[in-house]
Design a protein around this ligand. Structure first.
Ligand code: AMP
Length: 577
């Protein structure tokens, strides 16, 4: 199926989802029916009914041995009819350990296709003269690739994309669309690249119409870096010289060319804005023509909505794409929808999509096709891609929110396995996000502090076990130090607990099987350290998603080393009658 990038094609695609999905499955099965993996179930057949009846629904551990054999040098056809030319490493921040998935150029091409479609949809909604000729300040990053024992490359999707000819030869080249030259994006040292991204963005401040990254955290991290380095950045702009510690020559030379020489007037403007005691709206003040943020802000990323709103005076946040290393899924066709209301329209030409209802009974029988999902129901996607994954459970829970022509649209609800549990209760990512929004209100009403990062875990090392939330707080006014008021933080603990379900509250108050919830306030910069820890394990800034619940003891140790103070709920919880 060819991937033409034209908004008009969206109607054709979404009106013929059923036929296109059947064609995609036929194409995949014809390509893969004789692989060692599928041969066992299909005996060479490429019939849909046979496929649905015989091919099992699987998770990573089921296919891992096959994937590893190809990684270790056996031919691609152990698992895939088409050539496997590289592997994608998952970010490792959604479900624990890093996994690898076989792909070839088709995946990269599809990622480019979705990004371009999503950009077209966004610019259609911000369609004024400035937006058309302006640039985007995009915080995109590269990370060094590794190889499998057989010499095939392993990299994150974001790295594979920016390193591919598809990106470097993109039609809208000449760096006219981004403020940063490719040399900055491709710089393997992410500290140098974030600094240079900011320098390029500041020196072209009047052209910036959009500010973006793949996932929201990279934007929050860039704002943190700006807060630390603004004096040095403006001094570079004043003198026209890039700081000495930018030692990557490609990066240095390309950024020097963009600076073009001393610019004291611009340096004055930057210093005036950044030395203001409040950083509220700093993004809109430094980049006055910026009309939107563009990044994934749903799911785990939703905790950053208030932070981005604070720094931008509530610029719209366009949540662009839904995808994973296993397959890409779809785009947000309504860029102006609030982050909380975002839905993604699945594109039927990418992979073959099936859906397992949540709370299903008799797994195989209850799985439905893309066009057969029901409005308001919750499902886990099961994907069959071109590269060797067949009926693979993604581990995300989605809700059907509507249809675009005949193609369903989904709200991202949560990761399936990300739950807190001390006893037999299950507190999901969605519950945690809702509770945090309530606790943040308490914080907002009573203090001048904002919550810039959080995560949590279920501490069962004591009896009764209890939930522990790690909170990083920052004063809204940069000149103030963070002062912690015990009563307010105890109220925040209470607000978190109060919004959990009645089962939690019963175990907590009546049965005493869950202890008082605890907030551990950590030093500023702790969540950057947490990101650095995950990056050292194979992640990347570009694809980093702060885990909403922490399971790894090493990651917990990073947080524990930075705890400043501990607070507990003091009041008794009210039970539903
Ligand atoms: P990875 O393969 O490591 O990049 O992680 C893919 C996972 O990131 C998905 O399975 C989702 O859990 C999460 N993810 C990707 N896109 C979105 C999105 N638009 N909204 C919420 N979560 C997302």
């Amino acid at each position: 199926m060819s991937l033409s990038v034209d908004l008009k094609d969206l109607d054709v695609l979404t009106s013929n989802a059923k036929q296109i999905q059947d064609d995609v499955l036929k194409e995949i099965l014809t390509l893969n029916a004789n692989t060692e993996y599928l041969q066992r179930f299909l005996h060479g057949s490429s019939y849909k009914d046979f496929f649905k009846k015989n091919v099992p629904v699987v998770s990573y551990d089921d296919v891992k041995p096959y994937i590893e054999r190809v990684a270790n040098g056996e031919p691609s056809d152990v698992i895939s009819g088409g050539p496997i030319t590289r592997f994608l490493g998952s970010s490792g921040t959604t479900g624990g350990k890093q996994k690898i998935f076989p792909i070839n150029d088709k995946y990269i091409e599809t990622l480019g296709y979705l990004s371009t479609l999503s950009s077209l949809v966004t610019s259609r909604h911000f369609n004024d003269k400035d937006a058309k000729k302006g640039k985007k300040m995009l915080f995109l990053y590269n990370r060094s690739e590794s190889t499998t024992p057989s010499g095939l490359l392993v990299a994150l999707a974001s790295t594979s994309f920016v390193m591919s000819p598809y990106f470097t030869n993109r039609p809208s080249k000449c760096n006219s669309d981004f403020t940063s030259p490719d040399q900055v994006i491709l710089c393997p040292d992410n500290n140098q690249s974030v600094y240079c991204h900011l320098l390029c963005g500041l020196s072209q401040r009047d052209e910036v119409v959009g500010v973006g990254s793949s996932f929201a955290y990279a934007l929050v991290q860039a704002i943190n870096v700006l807060q630390i380095y603004w004096k040095e950045l403006s001094s570079n702009i004043r003198s026209g010289h890039v700081s000495k510690w930018i030692t990557d020559l490609n990066c240095r030379n390309s950024v020097s060319a963009i600076l073009g020489g001393p610019n004291p007037e611009l340096a004055d403007v930057i210093e005036k804005e950044c030395s203001n005691k409040s950083w509220e709206g700093i993004i809109s003040r430094l980049w006055p023509k910026a009309k939107y943020f563009e990044c994934i802000i749903t799911g785990q990323m939703a905790q950053y909505i208030p932070t981005l709103e604070f720094y931008s005076n509530k610029l719209p946040i366009v949540s662009t794409i839904y995808g994973s290393s296993e397959s890409l899924f779809g785009i947000n066709l309504d860029p102006l929808s609030k982050p909380q209301d975002v839905s993604y329209t699945f594109l039927p030409n990418i992979s073959y999509f099936e859906f397992l209802p949540v709370d299903h009974e008799g797994e195989m029988a209850s799985i439905v096709d893309l066009v057969d999902v029901k409005l308001g129901c919750y499902y886990e996607p099961v994907i069959t891609n071109y590269f060797g994954l067949h009926r693979y459970l993604i581990g995300d829970i989605l809700e059907v929110t509507g249809f675009y022509n005949s193609t369903p649209q989904f709200r991202f609800v949560r990761r399936k396995n990300m739950v807190l549990s001390v006893e037999i209760e299950e507190t999901t990512e969605e519950d945690i996000l809702k509770a945090s929004a309530r606790a943040t209100l308490v914080l907002d009403q009573s203090t001048n502090l904002m919550l810039t990062g959080f995560t949590c875990y279920a501490d069962i090392s004591t009896f009764p076990g209890h939930y522990v939330f790690y909170w990083e707080l920052k004063a809204k006014d940069v000149n103030y130090v963070v002062e912690l008021d015990e009563n307010v933080l105890a109220e925040c603990c209470y607000a978190l607990e109060e919004s959990f379900d009645s089962f939690y509250r019963k175990l907590r108050s009546k049965d005493g099987l869950i202890g008082a919830l605890e907030i551990r306030v950590v030093q500023e910069g702790t969540f950057d350290s947490l990101m650095e820890y995950f990056i050292s394990q194979g992640g990347s800034v570009g694809q980093y998603k702060t885990p909403m619940c922490i399971k790894s003891s090493e990651a917990l140790a990073v947080l524990e080393n930075k705890v400043l103070a501990r607070f507990y709920t003091k009041k008794y919880l009210l039970l539903d009658l």
